[in-house]
Design a binder for this molecule. Structure first.
Ligand code: CP
Length: 311
């Protein structure tokens, strides 16, 4: 069991909760490698995917996670829900509540939408990404991948590079790293940092080249042109030159260091195709971990214990 009913932001979890989720996900990863990838664990439970913003990885992996645990899954998108007819989020929450759903995963363009849902429903809520706020299951799958690839979390130095000010991924990953004893360094031009970078809880650097030799992980963020106001750097080419991960920069990192990206990637901007497709990139391992980690989060929120992770 987890210590909170919801996973909306990293502060809903304790360090022990994080380790429980990662350890449980290891069992589910083994299930996902079997020919028959299904457990009866959540039979009879109802899981709603309420994705009111586009998603490939998060939506699909939550859908797969629900199916592999034998839950009844219902999928809403912005175009198929009554929100297109102007229904408020509170009315949507009360409607889903009346149907006795057990767990709702919500992605929404507004920060705070998952908390609002939690305030108006009895169901457990998982935040699948809210505006520029948080994306906690992304941070959990990132921790899972780091631990799997590097053998530990405590003491790792992780450079989170790029669009810090618009990134909900950074919003969850920075506190998650601190909770497990890792050292986050945010690396960005001042125009892609918040006005008060000191409140991030991470060291701040404005030169990627300077920090590369220290890094165990270079975590490249997507440049979010859809959230940026105006052009936060002179040109995409200049951004790639100064902050993009390429072969020359990869060579400046320690030989064991890995490159991560939450996806979707802007190839040629924050990461070159050569690096993205290289053995040092663990981008597809992150996607793979996403299913197991989301199975673990669902399972533990709905009251599972260790006996349900194998069959
Ligand atoms: N990383 C991530 O959240 O990807 P999607 O937008 O495809 O879900």
């Amino acid at each position: 069991m987890l210590s909170n009913r919801h996973i909306i932001e990293m502060s809903d979890l304790t360090p022990d909760d994080i380790m429980l989720i990662l350890d449980t996900a290891e069992s589910f990863k083994e299930v996902n490698e079997r020919r028959i990838k299904k457990l009866p664990t959540l039979r009879g439970r109802t899981v709603v995917n309420l994705f009111l913003e586009p998603s490939t990885r998060t939506r699909t992996s939550f859908e797969l996670a629900a199916k592999r645990l034998s839950a009844d899954g219902i999928n809403f998108s912005a175009s198929t829900s009554a929100t297109v007819k102007g229904e408020s989020l509170v009315d949507t929450a009360e409607t889903l509540s009346a149907m006795a759903c057990d767990l709702v995963i919500i992605r929404h363009k507004y920060a705070g939408a998952p908390r609002m849902l939690a305030d108006h429903m009895d169901a457990h809520i998982i935040n699948g990404g809210d505006g520029m706020h948080q994306h906690p299951t992304q941070a959990l799958l990132d921790l899972f991948t780091m631990r799997e690839k590097l053998g530990r979390l405590e003491g790792l130095t992780v450079g989170i590079v790029g669009d810090i000010s618009h990134s909900r991924v950074a919003g969850s990953l920075i506190p998650a790293l601190r909770m497990v004893g890792a050292r986050p360094i945010v690396v960005a031009p001042p125009t892609l940092l918040p006005a008060r970078p000191d409140v991030l809880g991470a060291e701040v650097a404005t030169s990627l080249d300077d920090v590369l030799p220290e890094l165990d992980v270079a975590y490249m963020l997507r440049i979010q042109m859809e959230r940026a106001e105006g052009m936060p750097f002179p040109s995409v080419r200049e951004y790639a030159n100064l902050f993009g991960m390429n072969s020359a920069r990869l060579a400046k990192m320690p030989p064991h260091a890995i490159v991560m990206h939450p996806g979707p990637m802007n190839r040629g901007v924050e990461i070159s195709s050569h690096v993205a497709d290289s053995p040092r990139s663990v981008v597809l391992d992150q996607v793979n971990a996403g299913v197991a980690v989301r199975m673990a989060a669902m399972y533990l929120l709905l009251g599972g214990d260790a006996s349900g992770t194998a069959a």
